[in-house]
Design a protein. Structure first.
Length: 506
């Protein structure tokens, strides 16, 4: 065999270079070490999120991230961010997508603290999807109450109150010296246990009712209770006073346990008759519902009225404001200073005005409402209506008696029935009249003249209201005409009102 062939065979037997084998071993050792510690393959990108919390508690690297108790990510680390702490964590594909309204809660894994994990709520589907590197705001994160914070609330005063509570319970449930256990509070509680069965049944019904009938009833109840507790926490001084008053009341009840027992017995009797009363209330509820439906339209129109009333009260408040109060009080003071003088003047004027008003009520008004009785010539209208109708007649006839009259009267003769009247008068001469045809007797004017009044007919010493109501008929009229008659009041319709104005202004 030649030397050249021998060298080629020797080169093939050499194999892989030792340097290559060393590099492969180093790379494999590094990859295995990285995977053992990072639990992931190198050079692989992970979906990363950030969350700002006011206290990261004891969250550290490798703490799990869970959705509904299932691990979907891991915490990569924490870093300070001003007064807050930023928690960086990665998400697996099983926990995606995460929306922008997602929330994070730091939860403890054990009751007595220890390890912590992040409880992630991915948010609502209607919100936009969070992108890689999204930061959940601090307003969307919460941290647990740590045990030492809970213990810090038990300060000296709280521990003293708790000790007093336990001592009071001990005294209440323990028997007094020289008495058996049956006379203690524990014995009484044991005796009351059989009677608590129906009460607990009712309590179960109430508890079931507290669950509500709608989807958000319990949430609304808890929210309202939270608002109440927040109000109580903001009024700690008033709450302390209430607890102190309750303590004093409890002490007073404990000092008079006999009266308390009688009160409880009376309450028991009241509860025995309560079902009938509650049944009656139950029967009255439909009427209450009907009343509510009746009031409902009024309540709908009430807001504008209340707004107007509020506006009026606001204006009144502006009138009585401190800036306007001084001038207002000054003017009221002047008014009240002069008010007694006005009252004295009115006191002297009222007796006179009363007589006038009584006379108007008993004589003038009835006379104006009477009819002038004149037989067939009666208008059947009241006096005030005859007077109103008389006014346009006088206005129209006045032109016939003065120099502006439209007529020129010339007396040529009166015929065979001419009657001599009054004797010759200055300037006018003798007045004559014409008698009725056939020479009958003159009947005179109608209505007949009642006659002149004399001074004996006036009685100024007597009140007007005490005088008899005079008759408008003449003494020679028939008796039925001389009786005082007041026509029945007629309704003042639009037609009568129109005729009245036409009579006044023809």
């Amino acid at each position: 065999m030649s030397p050249i062939v021998r060298r080629r065979r020797a080169g093939k037997r050499r194999g892989v270079h030792p340097l290559v084998i060393a590099l492969v071993a180093i790379f494999g050792t590094a990859a295995i070490t990285y995977y053992a510690f990072a639990q992931s393959l190198p050079f692989q990108h992970h979906f990363t999120l950030h969350a700002l919390v006011n206290n990261s508690v004891n969250v550290r690297q490798d703490s799990p991230v869970r959705i509904a108790g299932i691990d979907v990510g891991v915490v990569e680390g924490t870093s300070p961010d001003g007064n807050a702490t930023e928690i960086n964590f990665t998400m697996d594909s099983t926990g995606l997508p995460v929306h922008t309204d997602a929330t994070v809660r730091v939860r403890d894994r054990l009751f007595l603290e220890g390890g912590y994990y992040l409880e992630l709520d991915p948010g609502s589907p209607s919100a936009p999807i969070a992108k890689d590197g999204f930061t959940i705001a601090e307003s969307q994160t919460s941290t647990p109450v740590q045990f030492y914070k809970l213990l810090s609330t038990f300060d000296v005063a709280s521990r003293t109150s708790l000790s007093n509570l336990l001592n009071t319970l001990n005294e209440g449930f323990s028997p007094q010296p020289g008495h058996g256990l049956s006379d203690s509070g524990a014995g009484g509680f044991k005796t009351a246990i059989p009677q608590l069965t129906p009460t607990l049944k009712d309590f179960a019904w109430v508890s079931r009712a507290l669950r509500g009938t709608q989807a958000n009833d319990v949430e609304n109840l808890l929210s309202s209770a939270a608002n109440v507790f927040n109000t109580l926490s903001g009024s700690s001084a008033q709450l302390v006073d209430s607890v102190t008053g309750l303590n004093q009341t409890s002490s007073a009840l404990a000092a008079s346990d006999g009266a308390l027992a009688q009160s409880i017995a009376g309450l028991d009797e009241t509860l025995q008759v309560a079902p009938a009363a509650l049944t009656a209330v139950d029967h009255s509820l439909p009427a209450v519902a009907t009343l509510a439906l009746t009031i409902d339209p009024s309540l709908k129109v009430a807001p504008p009225i209340l707004d107007a009333l509020t506006s009026t009260v606001s204006k009144f408040a502006a009138v009585v404001a401190p800036a306007e109060r001084g001038p207002l009080i000054a003017s009221l003071k002047a008014t009240f200073s002069q008010f007694p003088v006005i009252l004295r003047m009115l006191a002297s004027a009222f007796p006179l005005t009363k007589q006038v008003s009584d006379c108007l009520r008993t004589h003038v008004t009835p006379l104006l409402k009477m009819q002038v009785p004149d037989g067939s010539l009666s208008t059947n209208e009241s006096v005030w209506q005859d007077f109103v109708h008389f006014l346009p007649t006088v206005a129209g006839a006045s032109g016939s008696f003065d120099a502006n009259g439209p007529y020129t009267r010339v007396l040529a003769g009166a015929g065979a029935n001419t009657l001599a009247g009054l004797p010759n008068l200055p300037i006018v001469g003798q007045l004559v009249g014409s008698g009725p045809p056939g020479g009958g007797t003159l009947q005179g004017a109608r209505p007949s003249w009642v006659g002149d009044l004399t001074s004996a007919d006036f009685h100024p010493e007597a009140p007007c209201a005490s005088q008899p109501l005079p008759s408008l008929a003449s003494p020679a009229a028939a008796p039925d005409l001389r009786s005082v008659r007041t026509p029945a009041a007629k309704p003042l319709t639009a037609a009568r009102l129109k005729r009245l104005f036409e009579a006044i202004h023809p």
